[in-house]
Design a protein around this ligand. Structure first.
Ligand SMILES: Nc1ncnc2c1ncn2[C@@H]1O[C@H](COP(=O)(O)OP(=O)(O)OP(=O)(O)O)[C@@H](O)[C@H]1O
Length: 300
């Protein structure tokens, strides 16, 4: 299971637009790897070059010892590519779609039931694809990508256009793909999704990788302050300002928020004063990392 991926110096230009401008990364076997960035960052174009759907204008890709753009059957069988919902066969039920994809790969018929189970579509097996909700269609497209039990799976914005609840529900399915040791590459413009799912994340903007690391290391590298909030009336604002380690205090209707680079000290002080009511602690997120790297707010 799994496959190792190396992308080196990938470039793709459309007219004057350098959609991908020298992108390099490696993905270890069994890793869940994310390409994260706003619209137009170059994620899809990068993914298509890695999948072998586009030949890089310069640079190279290897999946284990294969060059994906050569489309060797041996490698194709080991790759699962999530189709956009519009690429289903027309007028087939969910079960028939999976049977059809399964037949193309010569997999055993029982595999369809396994896949319906894995993506939570058993109840919808006999519904026509057109009648499925957006989230159900995404689940089906993921099941189709997994039908032949590939070693490496490519997911291009699998939760785009879903409401927040449906998105989170799909995360469990996405995690389960990686559980068995498959390599997964996902593109997303959702920061929280990359943070929740990926072992490592490449933050892309304007065709380049700005930073690449584990979500935790990216956030830690910021040395960003922590915001500690307590319920209204728990603590006097001047008292909070006087605390050693408090950089800033915001006194709002919803309570006091203390900004600090020394959270342990502030929390100890709060505990001494018996002022832990309604406590919440908020650290930096990948959104702060993007802001730090580009100087602009993240807008997907
Ligand atoms: N076939 C094409 N012809 C011309 N320009 C293209 C083509 N495909 C992509 N582009 C341009 O290349 C840039 C990168 O596009 P790409 O789709 O790779 O970005 P992305 O990060 O995947 O964005 P999104 O999240 O919107 O899909 C964009 O400026 C886009 O307009």
């Amino acid at each position: 299971m799994g496959a190792e991926i190396t992308a080196e110096g990938l470039v793709m230009t459309y007219g004057d637009v350098r959609a991908v401008d020298g992108v390099s990364f490696t993905v270890a076997s069994g890793e869940f790897f994310g390409l994260l960035g706003p619209n137009g960052a170059g994620k899809t174009t990068t993914l298509e070059m890695v999948e072998g759907l586009r030949r890089p204008q310069s640079g190279s890709v290897r999946i284990d010892d294969h060059i994906p753009s050569k489309r060797e059957p041996e490698l194709q069988r080991r790759m699962g590519v999530q189709l956009q919902a519009s690429s289903f066969f027309e007028r087939l039920t969910a079960r028939e779609q999976l049977d059809t994809f399964g037949a193309l790969y010569g997999v055993a018929a029982g595999r369809t039931d396994e896949m319906l189970e894995q993506v939570g579509l058993v109840d919808k097996a006999d519904d026509r694809t057109e009648d499925l909700s957006g989230g159900q269609k995404q689940r089906l497209s993921i099941a189709c990508a997994l039908i032949h039990d590939p070693d490496v799976v490519f997911l291009d914005e699998p939760t785009a256009a879903l409401d927040p609840q449906a998105r989170r529900n799909l995360w469990d399915v996405l995690r389960s793909i990686n559980d068995s040791g498959r390599t997964v590459i996902l593109t997303t413009h959702y920061m929280d999704e990359a943070e929740a799912l990926c072992d490592r994340v490449a933050i892309m903007d304007a065709g380049r990788i700005l930073e690449l690391d584990t979500p935790a290391a990216l956030v830690r590298g910021l040395d960003a302050p922590v915001r500690i909030s307590v319920a209204p009336g728990t603590l006097d604002a001047d008292e909070a300002r006087a605390m050693a380690g408090s950089d800033d205090v915001a006194d709002e209707e919803s309570g006091l928020t203390i900004t600090t680079r020394d959270p342990a000290r502030i929390l100890t002080e709060l505990a001494h004063r018996d002022a832990l009511d309604g406590l919440s602690v908020k650290g930096a997120s990948l959104e702060d990392v993007f802001l730090d790297l580009t100087g602009r707010e993240y807008r997907a």
